[in-house]
Design a protein around this ligand. Sequence first.
Ligand code: FAD
Ligand code: SIN
Length: 540
Amino acid sequence: MKYSKYSVVIIGSGIAGMYAALKLVEHTYLPDGVLLISKHKLGDGNSKYAQGGIVGVMRENPSDSCVSHINDTLKAGAGLSDINAVKFISESSDEVIHDLMGYGIEFDKNDKGALSFTLEAAHSIRRILHSGGDATGRRIDEGLCKCVLESDDITVYEDTLAVELLISKEGECRGVIVYNSISDEYEVIYSAHTILATGGIGQLYKYTTNPAGATGDGIVLAYNAGAELRDLEFIQFHPTSLAVEGGENRFLISEAVRGEGAKLIDKSGHEFMAKYHDKRELAPRDIVTRAINSEMHLNHLDKVYLQTSCIDRSTILNRFPTIAGVCRKNGIDITKTPIPVSPAAHYFMGGVKTDLNGCSSVKGLYAIGEVSSTGLHGANRLASNSLLECVVCAWSLADYLSFANLVAPKMIDETIKYTIEQYEQNIDDSIYDTACLKQELQQLMWENVGIIRDEKGLSNALKQIKYLKSIFRQTKRCLNMEEYEYRNMLATAELITEAALNRKESRGAHYRSDYPQTEDIGEHSLTKKGESKIAYQILH
Ligand code: FAD
Ligand code: SIN
């Protein structure tokens, strides 16, 4: 086994991980350096698929205000957002986005050369910055990748999967064991500070907008390390993913298309959103998703349509070049033909509970980006708040760590030695068809732990997940990356299902047909290893 040491190791190279690495090396002396690891290539992750944009309450947009953004975010969060987190992230947005621009990231401007802002559901004003029309994530991701590669101070490991955190006898995080899927080798990395920036969980579902790597790895790493997890039952299903035959990963049709005026229609061409909400197409995301779901069920169909021909031809082609291109490849001319759409798993509101510096409940372990639960999103995320959270929290964690002891740990204890030894042993030699097992799990989650939930479906899913766990015996060292991912998907699915079963109310994105009411008092659910019951924390 190879051994190395770093001042800071960052697991995950989406926008949160890369920006944290860049901010860390900018001003701070790191005696043992920074390591950025990615299980695929640098910059792979949900980030580069982001379309709509990034929220910014910008000095260039005087009609906007933090008060308005905070109110919109709290409203979408359905009683579970933490006001301090919302305030901090909103109030930091102008400074952090200007800092991001300093890394060469450009946002779209109007014909007068001023920043252009778009509108998305449940925002009371145009405040979303975008880049390359509908390629915001890709542009930011590529810009940050370039800066990371140009930096001599950031070591990058690609094709490298974090498999287990090193937790000392005292319960502190001292680094991580990683597996290189190309060389098939393990490495022990000792680190003073370990940051999870591992993204989301969309791959747990049959239909998702998330790419293949979104398998909940960070949730399992943190859970096994004894960290507190929060609000795992809250998964956002995006209303409009492109519903065409083919791979189950669904291409997103951005909410910004509805922001520019597109209408949802059924197969006969009738608009239906007025039946569900006075804001129609721009109602909160969970409401639009359930409305589409309901229309699909009523009509026994697997899709509805998004009518875009009502938007001016040059506006739609200029604002949404990526969407127009993908639709064209699928035989749809968006200036003429309605786009077939249906909901898909999109974003994980739950995650590793952190404070505003990214500190988890385990000393030496931090979480930023989609894997974290800062309290910004509550029970339902407001569109384009996620990229903002990624950059603000990466920036604030880098600042926090600049005051920390950054010398990599020298001593390791028996507990850590025992963890390492388990990766030196031979593994169970059973052969598993992980592709097939993953599909079974994804179908199960989609049908039972999806947009509409009830006791019967959730209990059935939990039983099936436990059965799938019992027949997959690789609980420690696995044969390859696919097995690790499947192991993590199973563990995350179990935690999510337990949390969803436990929450006996409907709130935000968590809808229980057997408990349609929303309780007056919002409570967070807390999950922690070794604590058999999910705890609830009342908000004040
Ligand atoms: P990611 O970008 O997902 O990166 C995760 C990283 O972790 C990857 O590098 C991955 O390889 C790595 N990783 C995972 N597990 C391991 C492991 N075990 N070991 C090593 N590495 C690991 N949000 C907005 O605010 N605005 C939008 O317009 C928007 N549009 C979206 C459109 C789509 C199609 C999708 C999928 C999401 C969208 N979102 C949007 C959400 C937003 O993009 C994500 O929440 C955000 O980019 C997450 O960034 P991240 O850095 O936390 O994680
Ligand atoms: C979208 O463009 O519709 C997605 C925006 C988001 O997920 O925040």
